[in-house]
Design a protein around this ligand. Sequence first.
Ligand code: G3I
Length: 354
Amino acid sequence: MTAFSRRDALTGAAGLAAAALAGGAGAAPKRAPIPFGSAAQIETFRADPRYRDALKRLCDVIVPMNDLKWEALRHDRARFDFSGADELVGFALKNGKALRGHALLWGMALPPWAKEMATRAEAERELTRHIEVVVDRYKGKIATWDVVNEVIAFDPKPGEPYRDTIWQRLLGPEHVEIAFRTAARVDPKARLVLNDFNFEEAGAGVAARRKIALDIVRRLKDKGIPVHGVGMQAHLYAENAIDSDGVRKFVGELGKLGVDVEITELDVIDWKLPADTATRDRAAASLVSTYLDAVVTPGQPKAIVTWGLTDRYSWVHETFPRKDAAKARPLPLDEDYRPKPMMRVLERYRRGRG
Ligand code: G3I
């Protein structure tokens, strides 16, 4: 696999142009349309009317970026604060959008009291109660849940498949089963998803992560615990090539287990690309197109969700700062909400022509 080069960016543009022509208005759909959506940040949602308008105009699916995390819901052990989540859920339902819930169990974004849990019994009690209260509240409203988020070890070692979190430390591998079993009991109609990152590139570590995801799915199914999907976050690094064969095989293997995929947090981290914005935008669109082509070959993702809509608001800028201090360009719309080439790629899949 070669890293992404300037030449690729240029040829990618030619490829995109050809594909756009091929997939233009007149072409027959290749597949069922794939719903498109975005994560929504409550602070921005409240402050920026253009943000709300873009969510309403462009999205089929909305996922509260932070408001269904423990950190937002559970300021203290006794109380649940649903204000942010209710506002975004209400907006989505009012505007006919589907909803994804993120995330019932994560080792991060925990309130201080949860980080101090000390026994197996306490962890199981708190996890079960949390899922019971949250899933019950949004039953019939949130159709899909990221039941567990990022439970796979970042760089798995033999015999250590799980990420070192308080849940893993107190409950062991069962933390995944408790979460899925409880969510399924409270809302048997919800789609239950294992959500994680780093499934997209070549390398032994990524292959190990894919294998662990498959092993977790098999273990849940063997125990009769419902699991319906794997969420591939797809935070793509523009300087790294997509392992198309590896992605195709992974999605195909999941399909054989009766499990779908969804793209849950798509964006392109362009910190290593040349400064020129047109070059970066073309490269990002071409990378997304290559990635989605690999995913849709064996499967039909349930949704393609980006981690935000506009470059104006993205975690990427602070987390992956460019040496030239230029603003990151990770998302489908630029800072002024103008569609970039990536948006055209996503629209092709949304029309069933991707
Ligand atoms: O809401 C509080 C606010 O009251 C307080 O004043 C402010 C300053 O402390 O913090 C606010 O909370 C922040 C929250 O975002 C809402 O803005 C948290 O500190 C901050 O850590 C949190 O960051 C989010 C991060 O997950 C951790 O939850 C990012 O916005 C969000 O983009 C990021 O998303 C994650 C996915 O959930 C999982 N996959 C990776 C992805 C990127 O890291």
